[in-house]
Design a protein around this ligand. Structure first.
Ligand code: ZN
Ligand code: ZN
Length: 289
């Protein structure tokens, strides 16, 4: 299996619209491992479309508990279980992830209990281990190291960028964050930086369409990064490729890939990918776009 990053769901925010992209989730296959980063709505379909057998799931990492990153965590694991999952799954997430999982199990107790008795399945409750993490190195095994950095995503305080390092390459996910210069050090020399991004000209139209105007705009500006800011982080970090992800807006017919590229090119001259659902990015591929 060659290492790859697949952007399963590429939009920022929880709303979905006809024909539009799905909220945030990614697949990272590196060093023979299959890692899911964030579980926004659509993650299960996205993994299946990326030809991942759900019963092989073993490692899931959640960057923060906003619903566009965690809403489908329980349903993903449950669906993997009904698809034949029999080995343990580890879920790394911020404080509160365990309570989410317990609540999910409780909400599905009828179905889980009946499938154990009726279909002879192993107990889902015993298959999942939730590990709540904070900053620093959170996993190191079989040549794969995972570390976390707290980023700036008010009012959420437990929101973490992630860095995966392996001999096959290194990939950093910004998670949701306002412009946050320490991220450049954290991402230093990585092959790929997956950074969230907003486009200024689309924000006003998005806010008008969504309906809670001023408050939403205030949140977006205080808690998220513009494409040019993501570009500045990529340049300071000297990464091999910048991937713009968690796009806001993601489904505005007046905004095309050309607009994202133009906004990014002000501060970034290197290899660039604008996320789309299902898009595959090779790790440590140095060809430019
Ligand atoms: Zn988000
Ligand atoms: Zn968020």
């Amino acid at each position: 299996m060659s290492s790859r990053l697949v952007l399963l769901g590429s939009k920022g925010g929880p709303a979905i619209r006809p024909g539009g992209p799905w909220p945030t989730s990614s697949l990272l296959q590196i060093g023979g491992r299959t890692v899911v980063v964030d579980c926004g709505l659509g993650v299960t379909r996205g993994l299946t479309n990326a030809s991942v057998a759900l019963k092989t799931l073993d490692l899931i990492v959640i960057t923060h508990l906003h619903s566009d990153h965690v809403l489908e965590l329980g349903p993903l694991i449950h669906t993997a279980w009904t698809a034949g999952l029999s080995q343990p799954v580890r879920v790394f997430g911020p404080a509160g992830t365990r309570a989410y999982w317990q609540g999910f199990l409780q909400s599905m107790a009828f179905d889980i209990d009946i499938r154990i008795v009726d279909e002879g399945r192993p107990d889902l409750r015993a298959l999942v281990e939730v590990i709540e993490f904070s900053e620093g190195e959170i996993l190191s095994e079989s040549g794969l190291t995972l570390s976390a950095l707290r980023v700036d995503h008010p009012p959420v305080t437990d929101c973490f960028a992630l860095r995966f390092d392996h001999a096959e390459g290194s990939v950093v996910f910004s998670s949701d964050t306002a412009y946050f210069p320490p991220l450049a050090d954290f991402a230093k020399g990585a092959d790929i930086l997956v950074h969230e991004a907003m486009l200024a000209e689309g924000v006003d139209r998005l806010v008008a369409r969504t309906g809670n105007g001023a408050r939403l705009k205030e949140h977006l500006l205080a808690s998220h990064s513009f494409a040019g800011e993501a570009a500045a982080i990529a340049t300071a970090a000297g990464v091999g490729r910048l991937v713009l992800h968690h796009l806001i807006p993601a489904d505005d017919p007046e905004i095309s890939e050309t607009d994202w590229i133009a906004a990014t090119r002000k501060n970034w001259a290197g290899a660039l990918t604008i996320a789309a659902d299902g898009l595959v990015v090779k790790i440590a591929d140095d060809s430019s776009v």
